[in-house]
Structure formats: C-alpha cells, structure tokens
Design a protein around this ligand. Sequence first.
Ligand SMILES: Nc1ncnc2c1ncn2[C@@H]1O[C@H](COP(=O)(O)OP(=O)(O)OP(=O)(O)O)[C@@H](O)[C@H]1O
Ligand SMILES: [Mg+2]
Length: 356
Amino acid sequence: MRRIAIANQKGGCGKTTTAVSLTLCLKDMGHRVMLVDMDPQGSATQCLCPDRRSLEHTVLDLLADSPETKLSDVVIDVDDGLVVLPSDIVLSTAEQVLAGRPGREQRLKQILDNLNGGFDFVIIDSPPNIGLLTFNVLMAAEEVIIPVDPSLFSLQGVAKITEALDLLERVNGHRAISRVLATMYDSRTRISRELLSTLRTRYPQACFKTIIRSNITLKESTGFGVPITYYRASRGFADYRSLASEILGNDPTQKSIEVATIANYLAPRRIGGGILFSYVDANAQEVLVEGDFNNWDGNQDMLLDVDSKGLWQRVVALKPGKYSYRYVVDGVQTLDPNNPVTEHTEEHGLVSIIEI
Ligand SMILES: Nc1ncnc2c1ncn2[C@@H]1O[C@H](COP(=O)(O)OP(=O)(O)OP(=O)(O)O)[C@@H](O)[C@H]1O
Ligand SMILES: [Mg+2]
C-alpha cells in the first residue's frame, strides 16, 4: 500500500485537484484507492461525494480516537475500489481537540497502519498551512507530491514543506520522499516557463516529467456538481493520467513539453545591441555577471536588476562571439544553471560558455 500525500502551504496551487484526479486515475487503472481528506475546507470530499451535504462522522472522529467510532462508520464508498475518508469544517478544531495528547501528530499514521492492506493507494489531501493536520499528513505518508503553480509563493512552499520534512526526520525519525509537480502550466506566460525551468534546474531528480497544464475544464469541474465523466474526458485529466503512469514507474504518457525551449529561455541570448543575462533567485540580495568580457572583474557595473518575482537580468553590450562567464550570487561564484555548456579553464576553474 503506497501512501501519497499532496501538500504545499501555498493556497490554490492545485492540491485538491491533484488529489482527486490522481485518485480517479489510479482507480480507473484498476487500483483500490482511499482518499483521505485532511483539509477542513472539505473540497476533496465535496468533489467525490457531492450528494453528502452533511456528514455524520468525519476523519476527525478517528483522529480524536472516539471509542464508539469505527473506520467503517466514517468511510464513504464512492465506487467499486474507491472510498473517501471525509472531512468538513469541524476538522479545523483538531488543534484544540488533540491539544496536549502525546503522539498527536502521529494519529493519522496509526489509523493508516491499522488498515491492514485492503488498498493499493492512500492519497491524502492537505490544508494550505503547516500545522498539526499537515504534520499528521507528512508523518502518515511515505511519499509527498508538492504541486507548484506558476507563482513564487508556490515555489517557496517547496522549501517550507522540505523544512517540515527535515523537522519530522529530526524529531520522529520519519522522512517521506518528496517530488515536485508543475501545475496550471501555461506556455504563453513567462512566469510559467521560468518557473518550470527553475524547478527542473533546482530539483532535477525530484521533478515529475509530467506537467499539469492549465485547463479550463479542470478549473470548472473541481467538485461542485460537474459529473465525473465530463471531468474525465478533459485534456487536463489526460495530464493526470500521465502523472499516474509516472507514479506507477512507467513512462509518462504525455509528450515531452517544450523542454528544450524552456531550458534555453533563461540562457544568455541576443537582444538589441547586446546579450541578455538572466538568473532566477527570489532570495538573493545581489547578482552580478563576470567573464572574459570584463576581465573576470565582477564590479558594480555588472550588477543585474531584479523584478518583483526574483528574476535578475542585465543586457551587456557585446558583439556576437564566444564568451566564458559566471554569475556571482551574494558573493558566491555560480555556474549558469540554465546553460549546460561549461568548460574547465586553468585560471578560473569551471565556467559557463556561450557562443552567440
Ligand atoms: N490545471 C488546472 N488548470 C486550471 N485550473 C486549475 C487547474 N488545477 C486547479 N485549478 C483550479 O485552481 C483552483 C485551485 O485549485 P485547488 O482547489 O486544486 O487548489 P488547492 O491547492 O487544493 O487549494 P487550497 O489551498 O485552497 O486547498 C480551483 O479553482 C481549481 O479548479
Ligand atoms: Mg485544496
């Protein structure tokens, strides 16, 4: 039984859409799946169980260990091989209900440990913050998918989840393996292309090959009354089928999306009377470029300008030709992560190379 959590503290990055779609795809592929809704917003519950207006029992009864509540009282059978462990707004009282109880961040793990098989996958949706509920989710999961929509807050959310995983490893000795999923990707927008490029550079192993594209049917159909068959027919859903295939260890069914163009997008390129140098880092204080064109003297004239999203850029007046260069990020010499071409030099060690 694989336990996969979907988590990112950034709101609206596609956690619930991913949890629900992945659940449906895995079920369609013949696997037995339980979706655990650990978000008090209850969106995944409403999506898969739209006819349940009020719930007699929720996952909170199990977390609180109410002696009279059994798992079978709480789960909702949605379809053959698909059940939901539902939640509603009352789950937001979990902090108070579980206050002071020892091992309170391990309650969900204990519940899942007692399932004794029965399911091939448990998919866990989580709330947009890092508190007791998310700690329960990360303790219970062996794998975490971090959806990242095109925004820097979402990217920062990856670092936050990683910090939470570090903390749980130190305190409880448990660490789930995390992977990053680009969601709501729109190749027409610069932020989408840049973010994907950053994800692939920063997390080369952990980034799913599948990309979830922005899709209007997915947007319209997350829950709220749209029949699941309509939802399943959408192109957006096909992206989730590709994700499910990748999770099962197969090749993604999606055709590779514009990776070459994206990789080149931030590499130095000719613009106007010079060459545009670009570097992405939302946390850096100062980025400059140095190279053979300025005698490797990264002085203040070579500072890059930053925009509000952490994209650093500068046009350097250079004729077409071959140049070696490097960025200096807060005083640290850094190869260009968006340019795979490097060369070893006697004097300067490893440097990035462009020929324009
Ligand atoms: N690939 C997509 N294309 C277009 N719209 C999308 C896509 N994925 C999700 N959405 C829409 O974006 C919104 C946020 O998605 P979703 O509810 O899945 O995010 P979330 O991370 O679960 O949000 P929250 O943090 O509030 O729980 C929803 O309106 C959803 O329909
Ligand atoms: Mg959600």
